[in-house]
Design a protein. Sequence first.
Length: 103
Amino acid sequence: MITLTPEAAKQIRFSAKESNLEGLPIRLAVTKNNDGSFHYGMGFDDVKEDDTTYTSEGVDIVVSEVSKDLLINTTVDYVELEPGNPQFIFMNPNDPDYSPPAE
């Protein structure tokens, strides 16, 4: 399962509307670099034959067969880590560089 926070879903819906891409799902992708680190990507795309689909917070998500296992139990959030610089973050327990947020 892949989960979007309400903030991430709101930003994705806003981006879709601004880009006239409403109705297209958001594709989430990850590749594993040679050093073992993960590189994430996202963008609006059509569903392909071998894709897995999810829905979270009313947003349709597609993931390729290649990325699916690396994204299991990932949560995508939209946060402001630095003032004035909001960004999407991937909280992925499969990522060797991931540290759960402090409670």
